[in-house]
Design a protein around this ligand. Structure first.
Ligand code: NAI
Ligand code: AKG
Length: 531
């Protein structure tokens, strides 16, 4: 059945067309972004949700979305999506980090001009038939210092454009290297320096716990008298009450705001103040940007739903379409290895160490790690997937470490998972044969060559005569067909294991009968999801 996508915000028609062209069923219902109850009623039947900023993807909405696999934000900021809740539910959250960056940077520059020359007020006054030439005295931008908070994609373009305007640009961004700052021709400074030196301050950080209220009352009071502030990032970055007071007192000469703490903003302490330029979150609103983000989000979501390729996801490593194809059997192997460990382990796991050898070590290890951890966790929660696994593992205090090495044995490559609990260490290794089928090649350090089936039985025993006969006889007696039988041992008469791949799930009474023979230390039924 074709995947189904709901578009619940005003996205360009391009997105709808792309979904259709890719064979995805799509419902375009932009009115739902503002109607959370109705959205919660219908979301249950969709595999994908394409949004802008009006739709709020909350934990509650996600509870009503059992089929949802991907949320695509046609834009950059994803503060309207509960990413933690989405990750725990295994829903990928992706954005389009580049599609509207130029447009938004241009809006910030336009807002800087507008506030420097009071253009909106002068325009309104002229429209009103007044000719208030002396009222609207502005300031030049040339040679002024622009303080950029957040010098990423948008901030970087703003820096470039501002330098073209002959401004001196200083930037505060803890993640900006001195080298990059030099290349950009900007001076990297600390926040307090920026506040003291800037004639104009522009914000280009995401809204996170570390940036919320970054222009607090205290920060605003440290600014240079006569500063003008531009915010085309997110409302929660500025203390709006404090900014309003500082504008009224004359300390701050003006502000240009595209974003507000509460949106849609119908009432705000800054409304009506002199030289406060406001736009209704228009930063990304150009024909070009909206085409870009709609196209990108629809392509990315379609790729994921149809091929498993992951691009620009915020809660899952990227997997290209090519990788999704070539790594498919290895991702399956990692999942099976994890599933073996998960089903064998019923005590809390402290550490998961994953060794990648040979060709496996050259693959996208982030994706393989996610698959291995998902396999482990699925034993206790079948809803876990590659997106939710790392978050759940972290919540449970599991430490995950990886090692990679050049081909060290006879296999072109293999993956080995070693898991440590308080009680023991457990390990399993596997590879993918040239037929594309994953195989287990080592358990507890004992070499084997086991095909993987949906239903299996794993036994541990001493290497004594009668094991094969007992297993074969018991299965035959109960009409259970054995598809594949693998034995392995440490040494003659030493520790030994057997793996049986059987056609059907083995009933509990058969497992008890085997245990009752006294020949086995352990008889464990296992299940693997093939396909
Ligand atoms: N008004 C509008 O319509 C639009 C607003 N935006 C907003 O702009 C924001 C920035 O977008 P991009 O530049 O594309 O993001 P980006 O991720 O490329 O850049 C953000 C920069 O902020 C820096 N940063 C993070 N935490 C920081 C902190 N505590 N202090 C200082 N710097 C910090 C990062 O190192 C990074 O360089 C988005 O998160 C979004 O909220 C984006 C598009 C349109
Ligand atoms: O979709 C929009 O109009 C807003 C864009 C935005 O805020 C973003 O991309 O972060």
């Amino acid at each position: 059945m074709a995947p189904k996508v709901l578009v619940s915000d005003k996205l360009s028609e391009t997105a709808v067309q792309i979904f259709r062209d890719r064979g995805i069923e799509v419902d375009f219902r932009p009115e739902l972004g503002k109607d959370k109850d109705k959205l919660a009623e219908v979301i249950g039947s969709y595999d994908g949700l394409a949004i802008r900023s009006a739709t709020k993807v909350t934990e509650k909405l996600l509870e009503n979305a059992p089929n949802l696999k991907v949320v695509g934000r046609a834009g950059i900021g994803v503060d309207n999506v509960d990413r933690v809740a989405a990750s725990k539910k295994g829903v990928i959250v992706m954005n389009t980090p580049f599609g509207n960056m130029i447009t938004t940077a241009e809006h910030a520059i336009a807002m800087m001009f507008a506030v420097a020359r009071q253009i909106p007020e002068a325009s309104a006054s002229t429209h009103a038939g007044k000719w208030e030439k002396s009222k609207f005295m502005g300031v030049e931008l040339t040679s002024k210092t622009l303080g950029v908070i957040g010098a990423g994609n948008i901030g970087g373009i703003v820096c470039d454009r501002a330098r073209g305007l002959k401004m001196k640009v200083i930037a505060y961004d803890p993640f900006l290297s001195e080298e990059k700052a030099d290349q950009m021709g900007v001076e990297k400074v600390e926040l307090d320096t920026l506040l003291k030196r800037a004639d104009f301050i522009t914000l280009h950080v995401p809204l996170t716990d570390s940036t919320r209220n970054i222009l607090s009352r205290d920060a605003l009071e440290q600014t240079k008298k006569g500063v003008r502030i531009i915010n085309c990032a997110r409302g929660g970055l500025i203390d709006e009450e404090a900014l309003a007071e500082l504008i009224k007192s004359g300390h701050v000469a003006g502000a240009a705001l595209d974003v507000f703490a509460v949106e849609p903003a119908t009432d705000n302490p800054l409304f009506g103040l002199p030289n406060v330029v406001c736009t209704p979150h228009l930063g990304a609103s150009t024909t070009e940007a909206q085409e870009n983000v709609a196209l990108q989000v629809a392509e990315q979501m379609s790729d994921y739903l149809l091929t498993g390729a992951v691009q620009n996801a915020l809660n899952m490593p990227s997997v290209t379409a090519e990788e999704a194809k070539t790594m498919g059997p290895w991702i399956k192997l990692a999942d099976h290895l994890g599933a073996f460990i998960g089903q064998m382990t019923d005590e809390p796991i402290q550490e998961i160490n994953i060794l990648y050898d040979g060709i496996a070590a050259e693959m996208n290890l982030d994706a393989l790690n996610c698959a291995a951890v998902a396999g482990i966790l699925k034993a206790s929660n079948p809803d876990v997937n590659m997106v939710s696994a790392p978050v759940i593992a972290k919540d449970r205090g599991m430490k995950i470490a990886t090692t990679n090495q050049a081909q060290a044995g006879v296999f072109e490559g293999y993956i080995k998972i070693i898991v440590r609990t308080d009680a023991r260490e457990r390990s399993i290794a596997g590879t993918v044969f040239s037929d594309g089928k994953p195989r287990f090649i080592q358990i507890k350090g004992i070499n084997i060559d086991a095909e993987i089936g949906e239903h299996m039985i794993y036994t541990t025993n001493e290497d004594v005569p009668g094991i094969i006969g007992t297993l074969g006889h018991t299965m035959g007696k109960h009409g259970i067909n054995i598809a594949n039988f693998t034995l392995g041992r440490k040494e003659s008469k030493g520790e030994a294991i057997a793996l049986l791949y059987v056609d059907d799930a083995v009933p509990a009474n058969v497992l008890e009968e085997l245990s009752g023979t006294g020949l086995f230390q352990q008889v464990k039924p296992l299940q693997f999801t093939l396909g």
